[in-house]
Ligand binder design. Structure first.
Ligand SMILES: *[C@@H]1O[C@H](CO)[C@@H](O)[C@H](O)[C@H]1NC(C)=O
Ligand SMILES: *[C@@H]1O[C@H](CO)[C@@H](O)[C@H](O)[C@H]1NC(C)=O
Ligand SMILES: *[C@@H]1O[C@H](CO)[C@@H](O)[C@H](O)[C@H]1NC(C)=O
Ligand SMILES: *[C@@H]1O[C@H](CO)[C@@H](O)[C@H](O)[C@H]1NC(C)=O
Ligand SMILES: *[C@@H]1O[C@H](CO)[C@@H](O)[C@H](O)[C@H]1NC(C)=O
Ligand SMILES: *[C@@H]1O[C@H](CO)[C@@H](O)[C@H](O)[C@H]1NC(C)=O
Length: 366
């Protein structure tokens, strides 16, 4: 009962810090790749880049969510790839690409090559031809902080689901290499997953890319109830809630089941701990913010990958920390081009302190 009271008292504050940017999509990762050069303000490269990105997100002809556009001449030529999750509707993924373009050029204002990832789309650009290449670095991990109880059973189910989706995705055409599916674990939980390649890959390359990504699952996600491995050329994601839209013609499944009692208690406990931690961080950032008020822009908020970049040998300048959108840890992998991003992502079902109405409302029995 005491927990509930504390939680109830803290909840408005908690909501204040978690929910203010619901309209703004969450940026899962970004990386400014500086080994391929920098451009200067008002250069031809910058003009070409802006023109190119604009031509991607204002394009209304492409309705399959893949863009491989280039613009410019010789050393000022820019190549961009936009890959949207296969089930996302054109209007939504155009918004995602638009937002990603603004965010990425804001966060990486000088590097000629950069990549950003949101739930609905991945956008990258470079001063080299990146079309048709099977690129397995840099890579990013996103996963839930919640572990499953039956690790072995869960692992078997995830692996078998992903194996079958990888085959299906690789067999796609030159517009979409994307597959979705679900499987039941032996303790009757449903796991949902998607696999996707950029459709400019051959079937063999796609299959290789996804297999290579799967081999990394143990580095991030094995016992987690949600996880993603993201390469520039392919990615997969699994969750215990249905996070994608079912393709027309497949059976709709019932909504994910509510947690049992013991889960609710765990959620409450972790939410209380999280709220306290968020408060501490928030007070810290507020007092820092008093000193520098200019960074209201969500695009300016550092995210996990930029923190990782800072910790590694890259030299970039991070904006002043803002209120945390969610909790995360960050680790840097030995390879200089690889960034490991941990977060409570694969958020929606797994994270008690997300803006998930279902889990928040469970905390307030009426
Ligand atoms: C690009 O700029 C960054 C930061 O200013 C610097 O560390 C990096 O060496 C530069 N890259 C090249 C290829 O000059
Ligand atoms: C770039 O152009 C803008 C607008 O014309 C100008 O305000 C800015 O000073 C220029 N920056 C550089 C580095 O030339
Ligand atoms: C891109 O986003 C900006 C800011 O939200 C908006 O003003 C603009 O109309 C958008 N462009 C397109 C083509 O959707
Ligand atoms: C989940 O599992 C990982 C890896 O085994 C471990 O490091 C972590 O502490 C576990 N988290 C919880 C909440 O039990
Ligand atoms: C761009 O992608 C489309 C669709 O996958 C493909 O048919 C085309 O060859 C690609 N263009 C280039 C220049 O790679
Ligand atoms: C994945 O690709 C990288 C780079 O090509 C390679 O070093 C690694 O051995 C591959 N891993 C697997 C499991 O195929």
């Amino acid at each position: 009962m005491a927990f509930l009271q504390i939680l109830f008292l803290l909840c408005p504050i908690f909501m204040h810090f978690i929910v203010p940017n619901t309209a703004q999509p969450e940026i899962n990762f970004h990386l400014c790749v500086d080994k391929n050069g920098n451009y200067t303000a008002n250069s031809t490269y910058q003009a070409n880049l802006n023109y190119l990105l604009n031509s991607v997100y204002s394009n209304t002809e492409i309705d399959y969510g893949f863009y491989n556009f280039s613009y410019g001449e010789s050393s000022d030529k820019v190549y961009a790839i936009g890959l949207c999750r296969g089930d996302v509707k054109p209007d939504a993924y155009r918004d995602c690409l638009n937002y990603s373009s603004q965010a990425l050029t804001f966060r990486c204002p000088t590097t000629k090559e950069a990549i950003i990832g949101l739930d609905n789309c991945i956008l990258r650009y470079a001063n080299r031809n990146i079309f048709g290449l099977n690129e397995v670095a840099p890579y990013f991990f996103v996963y839930s902080l919640t572990n499953v109880s039956d690790e072995n059973g869960f692992k078997m189910s995830v692996n078998s689901l992903l194996d079958s989706l990888h085959v299906k995705a690789a067999a796609g055409d030159s517009r979409r290499k994307y597959a979705t599916g679900k499987i039941n674990t032996r303790d009757f939980q449903t796991i949902y997953a998607v696999s996707q390649c950029t459709p400019d890959l051959s079937q063999t390359d796609c299959s290789y890319c996804l297999q290579n990504a799967s081999a990394r699952i143990g580095q991030c996600c094995q016992e987690r109830q949600g996880g993603r491995v993201i390469y520039p050329s392919c990615n997969f994601r699994y969750e215990i809630n249905q996070f994608y839209e079912i393709p027309v013609g497949e059976d709709p499944s019932p909504p994910p089941s509510k947690g049992k009692n013991n889960k609710v208690i765990i959620i409450i406990l972790s939410a209380v701990i999280s709220v306290i931690a968020i408060l501490i961080i928030s007070f810290y950032t507020i007092s820092r913010k008093r000193k520098s008020r200019e960074e209201e822009n969500a695009l300016a908020r550092p995210n996990m990958a930029s923190v990782a970049v800072m910790l590694s040998t890259y030299s970039i300048t991070l904006p002043v920390p803002q209120k945390p959108a969610f909790f995360s840890h960050t680790t840097v992998l030995p390879e200089t081009t690889s960034t490991l991003t941990e977060s409570d992502q694969s958020r929606s079902a797994s994270v008690p302190f997300s803006n998930n109405e279902a889990s928040i409302s469970e905390l307030h029995p009426r």
